[in-house]
Design a protein around this ligand. Sequence first.
Ligand SMILES: C[S@@+](CC[C@H](N)C(=O)[O-])C[C@H]1O[C@@H](n2cnc3c(N)ncnc32)[C@H](O)[C@@H]1O
Length: 476
Amino acid sequence: MNEQSRAPRQQGKPYRRPKKDPVRMLAFEALRAVDERDAYANLVLPPLLRKAREKGDFDGRDAALATELVYGTLRRQGTYDAVIAACVDRPLREVDPPVLDVLSLGAHQLLGTRIPTHAAVSASVELARVVLGDGRAKFVNAVLRKIARHDLDEWLEQVAPPYDDDPEEHLAVVHSHPRWVVSALWDSLGGGRAGVEDLLEADNERPEVTLVARPGRATADELLDALGEESSLPGRWSPYAVRLSEGGEPGAVEAVREGRAGVQDEGSQLVALALAHAPLEGPDRAWLDGCAGPGGKAAMLAGLAAERGAVLLASEKQPHRAGLVARALAGNPGPYQVIAADGTRPPWRPGSFDRVLMDVPCTGLGALRRRPEARWRRRPDDLERFAPLQRGLLRSALASVRVGGVVGYATCSPHLAETRAVVDDVLKHYDGSAELVDARPLLPGVPALGDGPDIQLWPHLHGTDAMYLALIRRTG
Ligand SMILES: C[S@@+](CC[C@H](N)C(=O)[O-])C[C@H]1O[C@@H](n2cnc3c(N)ncnc32)[C@H](O)[C@@H]1O
């Protein structure tokens, strides 16, 4: 079928203008921005929604539907691509990207939502008429009608190889992850099929929004009271966390508006807490966050440091991100300093800190729930790009801490090349002068932390991002 073909209109049949559906139009616009400009959905969507509300095009339900269509389409893109490929007569790369976006949006409505089939097809065809023209709308109509013949399970039977023939490719298609990501997550998680399937499914769910009551500036009880029982729940693991339920809006909380609380995944809170509570001999006065931007963990550390009479230096290479750190820390009850500096060539003297956090740049494979497009952007060679920087930052952290002090090496990726491989490689050169500390007792009550001494959190086990933390003490 030729998507460009334009069948002559039947004689006498009146032309009907396509109906503009603001929800689908907005979802399409967001998908194009993600596709064309490498934009992040979580940054593109809010201004588009705001504009639509201001124009009076949208109410809250429309905004929720548009968000679900964009995020759902991006998350399930791998599965939908396989289904669409089975319904067109050419390789997908030869289908125009805007046409593919309309098809994916239609496939999501048909296979991933409760929108009735006829409504999903007709809304997609109307959208195609507006954004692609009548000729290509016919192509969209024909493809979506083929897709509509089966439900998702039936399609998966057809387009995914049997698990026993090729387990990784099966899981990649069924759970919509790139194959190399399935392979890496499985290596890191270990175990059998059930665990990795739970993890991949958790990556496809919308994460709860979690708030942090910044230590010394707000309490979880204050946030719970402000939000009310209907809209909030206490955190699972962190005493500073509050989880928002449906309808809970961070902006409605005064403490958030005042910067005394913020939005922060509980996994990140646990990393900061574990480092802050790691046992230490001797003074506990000088703390460093060497990769601080945008300042989530630094804000928590600064509050905890203040309670102990310690001072935090928050350092970040990118000056604009150092600005975000300064904003997150403003109002901290104790002293702190924010600087823009390259953590691999630090301006501070070696051995000046008692506690150091290096939350290094990484692939972010542990935060796929939050960034629906990220899994399709990342490439295996990103790992090679980050590897020297991650090692350099960890070496610098170990040089920055005094003997007896503790370093926390953290990533929001569970990929072994970014976690254990980095720690093992670097520690080889510190024989007898640095040792891993068991981080598990520092997260009391948190189950399934593995064999230690480092810890790996998981979305499907802990409801957090897949944060990794190794604690290392300088011993000589
Ligand atoms: C994973 S993020 C840190 C997140 C932060 N800890 C938080 O909780 O908000 C890594 C940060 O390291 C910064 N970065 C990258 N290279 C760096 C370097 N050589 N020195 C210091 N910071 C660096 C990045 O700009 C980024 O802001």
